[in-house]
Design a protein. Sequence first.
Length: 125
Amino acid sequence: MVADFDGTYHAILGRPSLIKFMAVPHYSYLVLKMPTEKGVLTVRGNVYTAYTCEEESFKITEAIDLSIRMAETVAQASQVPSDQQQLPEQETPRKSSKSKDHKKVQLVDNSPKKTALIGANLDAK
C-alpha cells in the first residue's frame, strides 16, 4: 500500500511513536514503512519539498535568533544611564589611495604628437 499525498511534515514522529507504529524510517530514501492489516504502508517523501522546508526552517531560526539578540541588546542599552549614552561620531570619508598622477605615453615611435594619457583619475576630455 502506498499513500500518495502532497505536503511537508504533517507530523514529526519521535522514537516512541515509531516504536508504537512499528515504523521503519529510511532517511536516505525519504521513505517511512509501517505494517498494517492489509500489508506494508509506504510513505514517500519529496526531496525538493524536504529541502524547501529545511531552508524555511533555517530562515525562521535565524530570524528568531536575531530577534532574541536584539532584545538582549535593547535590555542592556536601557540599563545605561542617559547621561552616559553617546552616539559615535561619524568617520570622515577616507581619501582615495589611488595616485592622481598620469603618464604620457607615445603611441607611434616616429610621431611624438600621437600620445595617450594613462592614469587613474583623468578628465573626460
